[in-house]
Design a protein around this ligand. Structure first.
Ligand SMILES: Nc1ncnc2c1ncn2[C@@H]1O[C@H](COP(=O)(O)OP(=O)(O)OP(=O)(O)O)[C@@H](O)[C@H]1O
Ligand SMILES: [Mg+2]
Length: 224
């Protein structure tokens, strides 16, 4: 079976103020449907960069990235848009909620962008992350952990085949963290979603089938 996510010899460099930072080098990784992989490693080792390349937020300087059979470097704009809208869910490290939309509207956004509505699904996710009483609030009126839970609900609402989550429990207490893990795991088991997480959370990493350590832009140990 074709992997849902495939990275082959991926490299990424950033040029800033005359200096070049190698953020990733020779990263090769395969993820099957229903698999959960945790990326761990010190700050700056390339976890977010890897996630950004998988979600198509950023493009590699070398190597190939394929998601759900789509070659991200060669696909046209329409194919990329459809892939992002329907197949991929992203939890950003800095949340990126839309400030002028309520909790409810933020969570419904992936469906709305695809011309869909599913009030029951939106309400279910909001309640599962413990925010039913905050559903009409704006992001600026929420705590960091509450914003993070909105970001998780938004990433899962459209039942994506690939979920890319950057420290999704980084701001949460253990009970909220467990609720987030349960939601992720449910999507994986029920829908066969593939999950890639960057995390420092031992409980979250322990739930993954594979924990991949990164250092200085490289994956350590046997890959894929
Ligand atoms: N936009 C950018 N411009 C220049 N350098 C960048 C940029 N984004 C990331 N980097 C550099 O690339 C390297 C990898 O960054 P990345 O954000 O992937 O690390 P990380 O493992 O997610 O770290 P953290 O645990 O702190 O989130 C770092 O050295 C960082 O300084
Ligand atoms: Mg990061």
């Amino acid at each position: 079976m074709e992997p849902v996510v495939a990275l082959d010899g991926v490299g990424k460099r950033y040029r800033t103020g005359g200096a070049t930072v190698t953020a990733l080098e020779g990263v090769t990784l395969r993820l099957a449907a229903g698999e959960m992989v945790a990326l761990v490693g010190p700050s700056g080792c390339g976890k977010s960069t890897t996630l950004n390349l998988i979600s198509g937020v950023d493009t590699p300087d070398e190597g190939e990235v394929r998601v759900c059979g789509v070659d991200l470097r060669r696909a046209d704009e329409r194919a990329l848009t459809l892939l992002r809208r329907r197949q991929v869910g992203i939890v950003f490290q800095a949340f990126h909620l839309v400030p002028h939309l309520t909790v409810e509207e933020n969570v419904a956004l992936p469906l709305a962008l695809d011309g869909r509505r599913d009030g029951a699904r939106v309400a279910e996710l909001i309640s599962r992350v413990g925010l039913a009483h905050r559903r009409r609030h704006f992001p600026g009126e929420l705590s960091g952990g509450e914003q993070q839970r909105v970001a998780v609900a938004r990433a899962l609402v459209h039942r994506p085949r690939v979920v890319v989550a950057d420290e999704p429990t980084g701001n949460l207490d253990s009970a909220s963290g467990a609720a987030v893990l349960e939601l992720l795991d449910e999507l994986r088991r029920a829908e066969g979603a593939a999950l890639v997480l960057a995390t420092h959370d031992r409980h979250l990493a322990a739930a993954a089938e594979r924990v991949l350590a990164m250092r200085d832009g490289r994956l350590l140990g046997p890959t894929p």
